[in-house]
Design a protein around this ligand. Structure first.
Ligand code: GH3
Ligand code: MG
Ligand code: MG
Length: 356
């Protein structure tokens, strides 16, 4: 039990970590492209030192992309963060605060805070960025930049940097949002479906049923329940093994899922038991539908390796929800009807609306 829990935690941690590194793969590419633009720009305006700084930046991003590809993730992270800080400090020192290169320090916070380093390390790194920002601001108020860039060019550069910072923040947030929502979707799927049959699990079926009970009472519409159980399933397992038993469960599930109406909800109720909720169906409609399902199941054949295909049969208990009842009452009634079908020879449909 303990080792099961630890391995589950390890899988969760691994998945979260994968999502983060997938996100990080975008950074060197986007940042590298932005720095190629800077490199060309600085060489063109004659700010040679800044041109060379950007050559260094492009090299650092290329190296970090290589590290990410070879799964040296921590090295890549250090390279990316160092580049952001070094580039901001050098650019502000060379061409001035008004160039807006300090905005890039803001990118450190989202990168660090979605990473898997400790909260203490995250707080420390972002704290250092903050102090670095203040120190640069203070220093540049007292020192002139190394290069004098024309005010107009400086404004263009600042607007460009603001735009790139916004773009990077939006892309990072958008990508992270996508990762979070797809993880959430997967978790929801895991929580509501049965992993073997991909049908609803009992808990989510009950949620649907509760909703349908309210709807039925509001609109005075009928609501039927069908409980179905594979006959002599234990014998299938005993004779052919558990894996074949699983294949039979999957084949029956696929058949039920595709044979019911779109508004019906099929769930795996227990081992080899299935529950179907049929909104807008009277006892007679549901009985006819169950009879049709019983017939379809009896024609189902599951292929076996080196043996004749396996056929199965199912017994069905059918009932309807009655006004004022909680969902447990028709569930009990369907179970009782199913039991009657089993007792009277199996491969049957028994419908009953007599209160249990
Ligand atoms: P009946 O006709 O009266 O329903 O008899 P039965 O053999 O179908 O019913 P019983 O309750 O005796 O046996 C159900 C079996 O289903 C026992 C259990 O091992 C098996 N089972 C439950 N869940 C699974 C599963 O996920 N996979 C497989 N292969 N077998 C399962
Ligand atoms: Mg059974
Ligand atoms: Mg059973």
């Amino acid at each position: 039990m303990r080792s099961e829990r630890t391995s589950q935690q390890a899988i969760k941690a691994r998945n979260a970590s994968r999502s983060f590194w997938r996100l990080m793969h975008q950074v060197p590419l986007l940042a590298g492209m932005a720095h190629v633009v800077f490199m060309v720009l600085f060489f063109r305006i004659g700010a040679l030192w800044m041109g060379w700084v950007n050559v260094g930046s492009v090299a650092m991003f290329a190296l970090s992309a290589l590290c990410l590809r070879r799964r040296h993730n921590n090295a890549a992270m250090v390279l990316i963060l160092s580049e952001i800080v070094l580039h901001a400090v050098l650019a502000v020192r060379f061409i001035g605060w008004d160039s807006g290169f300090h905005y890039y320090l803001l990118l450190v916070a989202p990168i660090v805070f979605v990473s898997r380093v400790s909260v203490k390390a995250k707080t420390m790194i972002v704290g250092v960025m903050f102090v670095c920002h203040l120190a640069m601001d203070h220093f540049m108020k007292m020192h002139a930049p190394v290069y004098t860039v024309h005010t107009h060019a400086l404004s263009v550069l600042r607007y460009f940097n603001i735009a790139v910072t916004f773009l990077m923040l939006s892309l990072l947030s958008g990508q992270y949002y996508r990762l979070v929502t797809s993880a959430e979707k997967r978790l929801r799927e895991l929580a509501t479906t049965d992993p073997l049959t991909r049908l609803l699990n009992r808990r989510s079926w009950l949620e649907v049923a509760d909703y349908e009970v309210v709807q039925r009472q509001r609109h005075q519409a009928p609501l039927a329940l069908v409980l179905a159980d594979i006959d002599h399933f234990k014998a299938i397992n005993d004779r052919h093994g558990h894996l074949v038993g699983d294949r039979v469960l999957q084949a029956v599930s696929d058949l039920l899922r595709t044979a019911v109406r779109q508004q019906d909800s099929v769930a795996r109720w227990g081992g080899e038991e299935f529950m179907i909720l049929m909104p807008q169906a009277t006892l007679e409609t549901a009985r006819v539908a169950a009879e049709r399902l019983r017939d379809k199941v009896s024609t189902l054949s599951v292929a076996l390796d080196g043996a004749p295909p396996l056929s199965v049969s199912m017994t069905f208990g059918v009932t309807v929800h009655q006004a004022g009842e909680t969902i447990e009452c028709p569930v009990r009634r369907a179970d009782k009807a199913l039991y009657e079908g089993k007792a009277s020879g199996r491969n049957k449909v028994v419908a009953s609306d007599v209160p249990a």
